[in-house]
Write a protein that binds this ligand. Structure first.
Ligand code: 13P
Ligand code: SF4
Length: 346
């Protein structure tokens, strides 16, 4: 039963003590998040992982987050993902071969004028590629700062793999949409409307399938029928949704904004529904809805549930190293450079 599973998890946590650390991303289910030793957005969880001494880190999040934790911890520490199917469709939209191919073509077009940046929502291999070429990782909380930094290094940047976070952030920094191009990895084409020589930002054509479900129609509907409702979205949403919203930012920013909001205020939130539902439950005196009540949850985040968490913890107790995430040494060294550039700058 649920009660038995919860009881056993509590016992294991006591038994393991400081040998065990459970980080939980804000998109995780309530049944999992209740056991997290710390919750956070991607930046907070990366920072926390780097500071951990625990021998076992059972990561309640998705694969790229567990890889990041493995890269930032020592060789003796073990990072476990409770379900190996907890990937991220956005991270899967940029593979290493495609990225090398794009890089070659872009070097031919622009020479040595480009710095690569990658959203942390990417594989360790992509982070290693970026690290090797002098670039850094970014998260939704520091993308602005990191893009500003990139322009102190080179004239142009390649932003992987989320076109929306890249476009929204670059536009917020005053870069014209005309000076942005999109690299399509499917047909290896650079899509742009302005002049080639003016291109400052090359966006990888990737996206988050969860955040693509928030549409201009959703915003327009609320503006017409519920005009007092403030709209806050994650920057993985499309540009036209972000520009029509009142506010946008990382999961931490969304949570902080709702926490600071006055009683009785009305909000529509455009992000993953586990987080939206949790905020609805935690703030009964505020009127909170999802920007699109018909969206699906992030299916891969939801792979981590109570039975998987318990199972992986039992494996840890038995010292079996099941579902351990191990990033190969050379990839880890290079991707660590990209992550550390971000951690030291933000
Ligand atoms: P943040 O928590 O950094 O805002 O990231 C959101 C996300 O999509 C994680 O996959
Ligand atoms: Fe990936 Fe989107 Fe899920 Fe985040 S919400 S883990 S970006 S698919």
């Amino acid at each position: 039963s649920v009660e038995e599973m919860e009881k056993r998890i509590r016992e294991i946590k006591v038994e393991m003590g400081t040998d065990l650390f459970i980080p939980g991303h804000h998109y995780q289910k309530d049944e999992v998040i209740q056991f997290a030793d710390a919750t956070g957005d991607s930046l907070q969880l990366a920072r926390l992982s780097a500071q951990q001494d625990a021998q076992y880190i059972v990561f309640c999040g998705v694969h790229f987050m567990a890889e990041t934790a493995d890269i930032l911890t020592s060789d003796q520490q073990k990072v476990v993902l409770p379900d190996m199917r907890a990937g991220c469709s956005m991270a899967d939209m940029a593979d290493h071969k495609q990225t090398e191919e794009a890089w070659d073509m872009l070097q031919q077009l622009f020479g040595d004028t480009i710095l690569p940046l990658t959203y942390v929502n990417s594989t360790a291999e992509i982070k290693a590629f970026v690290g090797k070429n002098g670039g850094a990782t970014v998260t939704s909380s520091n993308a602005k700062k990191m893009i500003q930094w990139a322009f102190t290094q080179k004239q142009r940047l390649l932003f992987l793999p989320d076109q929306h976070l890249g476009r929204n952030t670059a536009a917020a920094l005053g870069i014209s949409i005309n000076d942005m191009a999109v690299w399509n990895p499917i047909n290896s084409e650079l899509e742009y409307e302005g002049r080639l020589e003016d291109i400052k930002v090359i966006l990888w054509k990737g996206h988050c399938s969860v955040h693509e479900n928030f549409t201009v129609k959703n915003v327009d509907y609320l503006r017409k029928h519920d005009p007092d409702r403030k709209i806050i979205v994650h920057p993985e949403c499309k540009r036209e949704v972000v520009t029509r919203s009142d506010l946008s930012g990382s999961t931490k920013y969304i949570i902080d904004t709702i926490e600071k909001a006055e009683k009785g205020t009305k909000w529509a939130i455009g992000t993953e529904m586990n987080l939206v539902n949790r905020l609805i439950g935690q703030h009964p005196n505020k009127d909170i809805i999802s920007l699109n009540p018909y969206t699906c949850p992030c299916l891969t985040m939801n792979r981590i549930d109570l039975p998987h968490l318990l199972w992986s913890l039992e494996e840890v107790v038995a010292r079996k190293n099941t579902n351990q995430i191990i990033v190969e040494h050379q990839i880890a060294t290079l991707s660590k450079q990209a992550l550390e550039r971000m951690l030291s700058l933000s």
